[in-house]
Design a protein around this ligand. Structure first.
Ligand SMILES: Cc1cc2nc3c(=O)[nH]c(=O)nc-3n(C[C@H](O)[C@H](O)[C@H](O)COP(=O)(O)OP(=O)(O)OC[C@H]3O[C@@H](n4cnc5c(N)ncnc54)[C@H](O)[C@@H]3O)c2cc1C
Length: 311
């Protein structure tokens, strides 16, 4: 039997791992559009329904199974009657050391990453291509968070921003509003209370109060630190002027990391112009955000974005 799994996110990778284990006599093919694969490690079953685990990201080449073939490419069509997947292939993942060596030699001889069309036959097909976010506007000031690249783009732009409008009322918006630093945040939710999908009104109001209280505490603590010898910068915006020396160092380190990913304009084009999305982010994704003083959060309840002006 030939099993084909589309998608290198957690869904696809877990599916492939189980298939390789359960049917070692069959050939399992993983098709991934991005060079990085997601996965889980250190799974601890806490109860019948609750598990704890770490989300890991690794190079496709590092996932080796005897009956696994990894194809780096984009699925561009499906023929359900003929049972074939049409691929625009960028890279064939080797499964053995010998294949890896041959591939390295081929790569040295070839230049570029030209795509070739390939038909992949299957007996069983599992589609784990993920979900697409609802993009409200295509504009150079609008970032839609989903994967590592869009996150890096957002984090970089945050460093030079004074005000951020967060639109959304799910888990991602909730975590983001609680983690963004050094800016004014206007949080637009279409419900009457925050995190409508998770909490009832009472729990939501309690959480909001708690969040604001913590932010005020942190702000007061930082002001105290400033008074006790924090440094002032001359050329940054007002919110960054109140950063402590430690926060400035953290921010500087962060900016150095971002510089390695290219200029903001290039990264933005890359993030917005990509044909395929990478795997979606997971737990602890907000750790890459710049550090700084707590944000001022203003909540806009029962509001929806209807139009976004071009300037
Ligand atoms: C900001 C953010 C924070 C999150 N935080 C958490 C959290 O804390 N806890 C939690 O449990 N979940 C979290 N999630 C949700 C979690 O990331 C997703 O539920 C999970 O990653 C979905 O996995 P998936 O494999 O179904 O899809 P994805 O991770 O989206 O993977 C889909 C894969 O398919 C590939 N693909 C797509 N189209 C094609 C094609 N045509 N050809 C070939 N390959 C293709 C993509 O490149 C990708 O590798 C978060 C999500 C986001 C965006």
């Amino acid at each position: 039997m030939r099993h084909v799994v589309i998608g290198g996110g957690i869904g696809g990778v877990c599916c492939v791992e189980e298939l390789c284990r359960l049917v070692p006599q069959d050939v399992v093919t993983l098709v991934t559009a991005s060079p990085a694969l997601k996965g889980v490690s250190g799974v601890v079953r806490l109860s019948k329904y609750v598990e704890e685990f770490k989300v890991v990201e690794r190079r496709a080449e590092s996932m080796v199974r005897r009956n696994l073939r990894i194809v780096r490419g984009r699925v561009v069509g499906l023929d359900l009657a003929a049972r074939t997947v049409s691929l625009a292939v960028t890279h064939q993942g080797p499964t053995t050391q010998q294949q890896q060596q041959q591939q390295r030699q081929q790569q040295q001889q070839q230049s570029g990453t030209e795509e070739a069309e390939e038909l992949l036959p299957y007996d069983t097909l599992c589609i784990c291509a993920g979900a697409r976010p609802k993009v409200l506007a295509h504009h150079d000031r609008v970032v839609t968070l989903r994967d590592t690249e869009s996150m890096q783009d957002f984090a970089h732009r945050l460093a030079g921003s004074r005000r951020v409008v967060v639109v959304g009322n799910g888990g991602i918006a909730l975590e983001l509003v609680g983690s963004v630093r050094g800016v004014e945040v206007i949080w637009v939710i279409r419900h009457s209370h925050i995190a409508d999908a998770f909490f009832d009104v009472d729990a939501a109001e309690f959480l909001l109060g708690e969040m604001q209280w913590r932010q005020e505490q942190e702000k007061a603590q930082q002001e105290q630190e400033q008074a006790d010898g924090g440094v002032q910068t001359q050329d940054r915006d007002k919110s960054q002027k109140s950063m402590t020396r430690q926060q400035q160092q953290q921010q500087q380190q962060q900016e150095e990391v971002w510089q390695q990913h290219g200029a903001p304009d290039q990264r933005q084009q890359k993030a917005q112009g990509r044909q395929e999305l990478g795997a979606a982010l997971g737990p602890k994704w907000t750790e890459a955000l710049p550090k700084g003083p707590p944000a001022n959060v203003k909540l806009e309840r029962s509001a929806q974005v209807s139009r976004q002006s071009s300037d």
